[in-house]
Design a protein around this ligand. Structure first.
Ligand code: ATP
Length: 351
């Protein structure tokens, strides 16, 4: 079966307040699907409805072709990994992972075998007798995932499981989680407010805002072709401008930067330009680009990346520009005046 999960017209109301507003999506079997959105947008509520801890006010949730309406959490083929992991601190790794199987009254030797297999798959062989409090954050993470996966759920729901880790470990764990998911093949539904986690790990991402899905797409498409101004502003870095008017194919920003933008069939209110869309010193023969004079204000070098903040001379708008790894710009200095170009396709406009 291609779709392991179908969420159809699902709404959740608390009194007059709509926390999840008519959400529709499907998740492919074996996929890594993320729900990305800011605090309070309804992510956790949606996850709790899939797991059965919360009932939807309207709509239907279908897992493996079966409606989950009226089915309690313990009988749904899903499991959750929480942000705080909720491991049993007084137990060792093996006992933590075995807990759910023992509750199912599985024979002792079967429990032992399945726990051993699972620990092997998450790279924790040799850690069986260690107390979970003696493990690193990343190892505890893997115990929590093993404890859920050993019950063979059709879908693993992950509620910001990297949120409590420090930045460096988070960077490492997001790659590890993706590899683990691909190897194990269980469908993951991952909720996060961190766009870089969602972009790195997911096959598909739903961007959620005020209870609604704004766009469901691959990470690459979300970044390159955001369908709404919310997505353009939320996913990746962007320079954002309010548009004062658009007439005769000319956009005028609030501060008076005039740019040509051929044939828009909407009345644009917002303009977004990615930092990497600016081309410094564009060659004379480049076509379909908007040219603009800028002045370098600050050079921001962080080791692997160079960005500059620059002033658009025409309007005094400040923009962030990401420079390609290219020796040509190594001598760029604060205060330099230079021409920049932007392809018309990279001027993203929204109503
Ligand atoms: P966060 O990332 O901060 O956890 P979230 O996207 O997971 O946010 P939810 O926890 O799903 O957001 O909450 C969505 C909205 O629903 C919030 O405005 C919240 O206050 C409201 N809400 C959640 N649970 C209840 C409840 N039991 N009663 C009333 N309102 C609730």
């Amino acid at each position: 079966m291609r779709h392991i999960l179908e969420v159809k017209n699902v709404t959740k109301k608390y009194g007059d307040f709509t926390a999840v507003d008519n959400v529709n999506f499907t998740v492919d079997d074996g996929g890594f699907f993320s729900i990305l959105g800011g605090s309070g947008c309804g992510k956790t509520t949606l996850l709790r409805m899939i797991s059965g801890f919360e009932q939807q006010t309207e709509g239907e949730i279908i897992i493996r072709g079966e409606s989950m309406t009226g089915i309690p959490p313990e009988l749904r083929p899903v499991n959750i990994v929480f942000q705080n992991l909720a491991l049993f601190p007084m137990m060792n790794v093996e006992k933590n992972v075995a807990f759910g199987l023992q509750r199912q009254k599985l024979a002792k030797d079967k429990v032992h075998q399945r726990v051993a297999d699972m620990l092997d798959r998450v790279g924790l062989q040799g850690f069986e007798k260690k107390n979970v409090t003696d493990l690193s954050g990343g190892q505890r993470q893997r115990v929590a995932i093993a404890r859920s996966l050993v019950l063979k759920p059709s879908i693993l729901l992950l509620d910001e499981p990297l949120g409590a880790l420090d930045r460096k470990l988070r960077e490492h764990m997001k790659v590890e989680l993706k590899l683990l998911q691909k190897e194990i093949g269980t469908t993951f539904i991952y909720i996060t407010h961190d766009q870089s986690e969602a972009l790195v790990m997911s096959d598909n991402i739903a961007v959620m805002n005020k209870g609604k899905f704004e766009q469901i797409d691959t990470p690459r498409n979300l970044y390159k072709y955001p369908k709404t101004s919310f997505v353009a502003g939320f996913v990746g870095e962007s320079n954002e401008f309010n548009i004062r008017h658009y007439t005769d194919n000319i956009l005028t920003t609030e501060n008076g930067w005039r740019l040509s933008k051929p044939t828009l069939d909407i009345q644009p209110k917002k303009l977004f330009i990615r930092p990497e869309a600016f081309i410094l010193n564009p060659s004379e023969d480049l076509e379909d680009i908007e040219r603009v004079d800028i002045k370098v204000k600050t050079i921001l070098f962080d080791g692997s990346n160079t960005k500059i903040s620059a002033i658009i001379k025409q309007s005094n708008d400040e923009v962030l520009i990401s420079l390609p790894q290219n020796a040509q710009f190594e001598n760029l200095q604060e205060g330099d005046e230079i021409e920049a170009g932007i392809h018309h396709d990279d001027l993203k406009c929204y109503p």
